[in-house]
Design a protein around this ligand. Structure first.
Ligand code: URA
Ligand code: CA
Length: 434
């Protein structure tokens, strides 16, 4: 097989065979096809597109390029959840104990935050002593005994995707539905999922800026899932403002605990119930999402989800007293109110901007090597649709470095769009693709 033939075939808009796709992925991962040839092919794919068969083949070729986590010793259907990336997105921390409390195994590999979005692992490290560096045996045994464990990404999952993603990033070939959907799905499948619930975000702070593009991505991922025998459901949700109120590691942990105590922000709870009920149905623990939703509400009400979080934190070396008493979580030295300079209604809060401000306060990393400050971040006091008067508090800055406060204050004011009239409601959930 010749790489130039494959490139010209795609350039002319023809369908690539399974063998051709495997050839490219295997040899590129191994280093025997150079970057420039793969760049040319990626650009041809961007112009000519791939059909669903090619996209599914590309996904499985990337899955097979590295380790595949074997979760077969864990009983039950392993349902994973993935978000395309949001700001202040605390859903994993709320959802996983809720689902585990219903006896559904949560065997999750999570990442750290980079840029304006946070990572679940960083957030969890707000618990004193908590570690995601557990052995694979410990991981499996925790999931079998407690139904929940979260591990850092140790195995070499989908190395082809890692290499291709880095190349796409520098050749302007990220934005193609087949390439994005196969990239996301390959990592979930390699991590051992039997079924997958996706949270596809739309809006300013998200990868997909419009409903049409988010829907197209959601449909592509659901259809890959069907083609490769992993039942997949995609929820399309709003990211035109941060989710919940807290943005920052320990602040989001507190928000998750509040939610499990039945006292969290409404949007965060609603998204968790929507994603969670689909997970419960995929795990075959309920017939309908309506039944599943009632089951999830019950584990909040009877505190079994909160107890599950406590058990989970303790099982990975963390201090469960911090779940009981959130005052014991890391706290910032300064808490400063940001006041509105205008009066009206909040029409939009730039999510990406808020994420970047939190990062500059120390809550996130600009580069992989940066260390983060678990205590700092932003807590919103006003959300879209809320009325504000001049001098009223829009948000609170939690900071440890006094010199960063002024700038954060100015940036937060700029992130809030305030209109004279109340604008039409934007839905939190745009749709569910099955
Ligand atoms: N996230 C991924 O993991 N891959 C993409 O291609 C885009 C976003
Ligand atoms: Ca939040």
């Amino acid at each position: 097989m010749k790489m130039t033939d494959i490139i010209s075939k795609k350039r002319e808009g023809m369908e690539l065979t399974t063998e051709e796709i495997n050839f490219v992925v295997e040899n590129y991962t191994r280093g025997s096809i150079p970057d420039y040839q793969v760049s040319a092919l990626l650009m041809a794919i961007c112009f000519q597109k791939m059909n669903m068969r090619e996209t599914s083949d590309l996904t499985m070729a990337m899955v097979n390029s590295g380790d595949i986590l074997d979760l077969s010793n864990i009983e039950g259907i392993k349902v994973d959840k993935h978000s395309t990336g949001g700001v202040g997105d605390t859903t994993t921390l709320v959802l996983t104990p809720m689902v585990a409390a219903l006896g559904i195994p949560v065997a999750k590999m999570s990442g750290r935050g980079l840029g304006h979005t946070g990572g679940t692992i960083d957030k969890l490290e707000s618990f004193e002593g908590f570690s995601v560096e557990i052995s694979e045996e410990q991981f499996m045994s925790n999931v079998n005994n407690n139904k929940i464990a979260i591990m850092g990404q140790t195995a070499d999952l989908a190395p082809a995707d890692k290499k291709l993603y880095a190349l796409r990033d520098v050749t302007a070939t990220v934005e193609n539905i087949s390439l994005i959907s196969s990239s996301i799905m390959s990592k979930k499948i390699a991590a051992g999922a039997n079924a997958i619930v996706l949270d596809v975000k739309i809006g300013d702070g998200a990868f997909m800026k419009s409903f049409e593009s988010a829907k197209e991505l959601a449909e592509a991922m659901v259809s890959i899932g069907k083609n490769v025998n992993r039942n997949t459901v995609a929820v399309i949700s709003d990211m035109d403002q941060p989710l919940g109120l807290a943005v920052g590691n320990a602040l989001e942990i507190k928000e998750a605990i509040d939610t499990l105590n039945g006292a969290g922000p409404k949007d965060l709870l609603e998204l968790c119930l929507t994603l969670g009920s689909n997970m419960v149905v995929l795990a075959r623990k309920a017939e309908t999402v309506e039944d599943a939703r009632q089951m999830l509400l019950k584990v909040i009400e009877d505190k079994s989800a909160l107890n599950k979080l406590k058990e989970f934190v303790a099982s990975q070396g963390g201090n469960p007293e911090q779940v009981e008493n959130t005052e014991l979580l890391p706290k910032a030295k300064y808490v400063v109110e940001v006041k509105s300079e205008e009066e009206g209604y909040v029409s939009k809060i730039d999510s990406e901007h808020i994420g970047l401000i939190a990062m500059e306060l120390g809550a996130g990393r600009a580069t992989k090597e940066d260390t983060i400050d678990l205590a700092v971040g932003i807590v919103l006091n006003k959300k879209r649709g809320d009325k504000v008067s001049k001098g009223e508090t829009l948000a609170y800055i939690h900071a440890n470095d006094e010199s960063k406060i002024k700038r954060a204050e100015k940036s937060i004011i700029e992130s809030y769009h305030i209109a004279k009239e109340k604008s039409e409601d934007i839905p939190l959930i745009y749709g569910v693709i099955k």
